[in-house]
Design a protein around this ligand. Structure first.
Ligand SMILES: *Cc1c(COP(=O)(O)O)cnc(C)c1O
Length: 342
């Protein structure tokens, strides 16, 4: 019998639901570069409403959404303040420097959350010697901090400092709906403290492709021009927007189940000689040093048992729960650990 693979590498491995596939087949489409795709227009309007922003743009990926956001906010030579482990800085191939030509001012947060006083100290004064600080970025949930939730109150503190200095804020909300579900608060409680926001449709929300960048009307108009320059102007994109609409309307509440599975996984793993980091949402980080194995060594052993996860650092492994992971899968992970560490 072919063994089932338990794929905990990422929530991006989720496949579209039956309802999504049906919606794709039936989507009404047109040429979206001419703004004639009714399904894309419907997705953008829906996303803008849910995020409480004036307008929204359907982009190919989270990375494209973030980079278009930076390009739209900044000029080259500007300085951007962001968290030292943020996706924008860590995982986007140096695109901020390569494409927008900005330099980064990284601050180490506390479980991913920037400290408002530290942000204020990092903002450049007007001085002929200095670059201009023209953007502050936050990330929620924070991936490398283990899916950590940043509360709206913490976001407000940073947002207030930014606005006191006339600097816009961008939120990398790839997993913002996970944060909202985890705290039982509406997503707009978070987005009120950012000028622009990027959310991924293709992670736990299970759409096959795409992200949304939302913000003020004139900002999104400018972002649309940057998206085209980056090759992100898509034609009959309604086939991809249709599952995105289902992602936003039908797939948000079920994220609670992923969080429950992550907590179950964390509880069980804490009985083994690994250090389990705090769990807020659907990501579980473990430090493998107590096992005498590196992350890659442990991943190789897990792979032999049909379990896949990601290496996050020399001794840190990331497990991500999602729609295809069941409670039985989590129990199977414990059994694999018993075997590997026996
Ligand atoms: C996944 C992710 C992105 C990028 O999304 P892609 O669609 O993979 O480009 C950006 N930020 C965070 C925090 C992410 O987890």
């Amino acid at each position: 019998m072919e063994r089932k693979i338990i794929d905990l590498r990422s929530d991006t491995v989720t496949k579209p639901t039956e309802a999504m596939l049906k919606a794709m087949m039936e989507a009404e489409v047109g040429d979206d570069v001419y703004r004639e795709d009714p399904t894309v227009l419907r997705l953008e309007q829906l996303a803008a409403e849910l995020l409480n922003k004036e307008d929204a743009l359907f982009v190919t990926s989270g990375t494209q959404g973030n980079q278009v956001a930076v390009l739209t906010h900044c000029h080259n030579g500007d300085e951007v303040i962001l968290e030292a482990d943020s996706h924008l800085f860590y995982y986007e191939g140096g695109a901020m420097a390569a494409l927008a030509g900005v330099q980064t001012r990284t601050l180490t947060g506390s479980r991913g959350a920037l400290d408002a006083a530290q942000v204020e100290r990092a903002i450049r004064e007007k001085n002929i010697h200095l670059p201009r600080t023209t953007l502050i970025c936050m990330e929620n949930t924070h991936n490398r901090a283990g899916g950590a939730v940043i509360s709206p109150e913490k976001m407000k503190a940073v947002y207030d400092v930014a606005h006191a200095h006339g600097i816009p804020v961008h939120l990398d909300g790839a997993r913002l709906f996970n944060a909202a579900v985890a705290l039982g608060r509406d997503v707009t409680e978070f987005t009120q403290y950012t000028d622009s926001v990027q959310i991924c449709l293709s992670k736990g929300l299970s759409a096959p492709v795409g992200s949304i960048l939302a913000g003020p009307k004139d900002y999104i108009e400018e972002a649309r021009w940057w998206r085209k320059k980056l090759g992100g102007g898509m034609r009959q994109a309604g086939y991809l927007a249709a599952p995105g609409i289902i992602a936003l309307t039908e797939m948000v509440n079920r994220l609670a189940e992923d969080h429950q599975h992550a907590r179950l996984l964390a509880e069980g793993l804490s009985k083994f000689p690994v250090r389990v980091l705090p769990v807020d949402t659907n990501i579980v980080l473990i430090d493998t040093q107590g096992t005498g194995m590196t992350a890659l060594e442990l991943l190789a052993k897990l792979s032999e048992e049909g379990i896949r996860a990601s290496d996050f650092d020399r001794h840190v492994v990331r497990f991500t729960t999602h729609r295809h992971i069941t409670e039985q899968d989590i129990l199977d992970v414990f059994q694999a650990f018993e075997k590997i560490l026996a």
